[in-house]
Design a protein around this ligand. Structure first.
Ligand SMILES: Nc1ncnc2c1ncn2[C@@H]1O[C@H](COP(=O)(O)OP(=O)(O)OP(=O)(O)O)[C@@H](O)[C@H]1O
Length: 505
């Protein structure tokens, strides 16, 4: 994690830098916006900018946009100057950090940006076997294709392979191909020369050059436009890239790791993905099992996140009750580890005591309402609208005692245990019986249809705010965007982004 501090931070640069370094960040400093832009144009780059609120943040963010540099910016200023904070946020800063710097706050911001904890928690034989395979391929320079459902830990695995490789001291650079619009992705990957397009006031090095000597992760590669696929293929074959606007190729030495949660072979067959590129990238493939296929990981990962979020929220130690664990084991985990992580985060915030019981576990299936049912429109005061609603609002729903039947091909142990309905009834106000009609209402519809309605319904409820909707749905913003793109292409009306998000675009 590389932090770039811009400005004097009212004399608190040393204090803020020290805190960040203690949390493992590499810190650099520049006095001016021009200095910051120069640093960001160079391969040294940064993952986060912390800027003095007294500087012209709006102009800085405009320049970043014009030069197609994507980086989160947080503003820092003395005390709680509300007007300055609002101005900075309006200009596009992600956060406002009051000075003098608070160690916990800075740590939280760094963690939110960098998600520094990259340990793979696992004990299931299926996942251990996958890790052994990754260990074998890591030391070589071979390209790796990591596949797996959304939220299984593909990016985490890519970082693991880099850490175990001979390139571990060189940079690990990740580019999310789905999150960056096609016209910006080319410059993000290959960089540009001064004057290459309107707004390109200086040369900027791309991610390939930034990752030189190290590893470049191309996340969600299947989303890359065919035109760019051709350029990527050339970069791999020739080991050189062309900055936009330059006729001088630049040699690069990069190990490539790509991830996809679509079946790339199918994408090749349907003509969406170049076959030659597929074979170049798929020298070695690591398939991460879904969480359903590694049930022994569920308690261990749940406990890991319970500790993590209890600590992050300044709460004491928490542990799962046996009943709560039973619920987790019986759940289908379509959102895999990410869904489990979100569930445990909610559980930490909802539970009142050291032991986290079933009443604090809100599973995604509880948010699934059949079309036309009273819940289909998601009333404003529902726990779905506000998953953290306290006693003054609504009580979080008790489990319905329903877990989707195990999908064909999955071991039967993933289906609800025989005593699940009885156990669920004891959990609270909605026993197994109330789950049954809800399920019946869904019978006859495909999972894809139900998923689409849930996503569009939740998004409408969130007034188009993608970030809120993704949080409620327990999926990544990337996955949500991919789904919405697909629905639009299929002619389904998708609610436009909320005003805040439009302003941030
Ligand atoms: N084995 C694990 N141990 C601890 N945390 C994990 C594990 N697997 C995944 N996670 C966490 O789950 C979340 C999702 O992981 P990650 O982003 O790597 O998944 P992904 O497969 O790349 O998702 P997507 O396909 O949506 O991009 C992250 O917060 C990650 O840290």
């Amino acid at each position: 994690m590389r932090l770039l501090i811009v400005g004097t931070l009212e004399g608190y640069i040393t204090a803020a830098g020290k805190i960040a370094m203690q949390r493992g960040a590499k810190v650099s400093h520049t006095d001016s916006i021009e200095g910051a832009l120069n640093a960001l144009r160079a391969a040294a780059g940064a993952d986060l900018v912390m800027i003095d609120v007294k500087l012209d943040i709006a102009a800085f963010i405009e320049s970043l946009k014009a030069e197609r540099i994507t980086i989160p910016v947080v503003a820092c200023g003395i005390g709680t100057d509300a007007a300055a904070a609002v101005k900075a946020i309006r200009a596009g800063a992600k956060e406002y950090i009051p000075l003098p710097p608070d160690a916990e706050l800075i740590a939280a911001v760094l963690e939110a940006v960098a998600e520094e904890s990259h340990a793979i928690v696992c004990q299931d034989p299926a996942m251990l076997a996958t890790l052994r395979m990754a260990d074998q391929v890591a030391p070589s320079d071979a390209s790796v294709l990591i596949t797996g459902e959304s939220g299984t830990g593909k990016e985490l695995m890519a970082r693991y392979i880099h850490r175990k490789s001979r390139r571990s001291d060189a940079p690990f650079v990740a580019v999310n191909c789905a999150a960056i619009p096609e016209n910006l992705l080319e410059s993000e990957l290959f960089g540009h020369e001064k004057g290459a397009f309107t707004g390109a006031v200086a040369r900027r090095l791309g991610r390939f050059e930034e990752a030189n000597g190290g590893t470049l992760l191309l996340d969600e590669l299947s989303e890359m436009h065919p035109r760019l696929q051709a350029k990527l293929l050339r970069a791999i074959q020739e080991k050189e890239i062309d900055r936009i606007g330059s006729s001088q190729p630049v040699k690069v030495n990069v190990r490539l790791i790509a991830t996809s949660n679509r079946n790339l072979e199918n994408e090749v067959r349907s003509g969406n993905f170049r076959e030659d590129l597929y074979f170049r990238l798929n020298v070695f493939s690591v398939a991460i099992p879904s969480l359903r296929e590694r049930p022994a990981d569920i308690p261990m990962i749940a406990d890991h996140f319970l500790k993590k979020y209890a600590q992050a929220n300044g709460l004491g130690e928490k542990r799962l009750s046996d009943d709560a664990l039973l619920m987790l084991r019986a759940h289908h985990w379509r959102g895999n580890v990410r869904e489990l992580e979100n569930t445990m985060h909610r559980a930490v915030l909802l539970s009142k005591s050291e032991t986290v019981g079933p009443e604090s576990i809100m599973l995604t299936s509880q948010m699934l309402a059949p079309e036309g049912s009273a819940q289909a429109s998601i009333p404003a005061n529902s726990p779905v609208a506000n998953p953290f609603a306290g006693p003054g609002g609504t009580v979080p729903p008790a489990p319905r005692g329903y877990a989707p039947p195990a999908a064909p091909g999955y071991p039967s142990s993933y289906a609800p245990p025989p005593n699940h309905a009885a156990g669920a009834a004891a959990y609270g106000n909605a026993g197994a019986a109330s789950g049954a009609p809800a399920v019946q209402g869904l019978v006859g519809r495909t999972v894809a249809e139900v998923e689409r309605d849930l996503i569009i319904g939740t998004l409408s409820h969130c007034l188009g705010n993608r970030t809120h909707a993704a949080n409620i749905l327990g999926i990544s913003i990337r996955t949500l965007r991919n789904k919405l793109k697909q629905y639009s292409e299929e002619g389904v009306a998708v609610p436009p982004p909320g005003t805040e998000e439009r302003a941030a675009m």
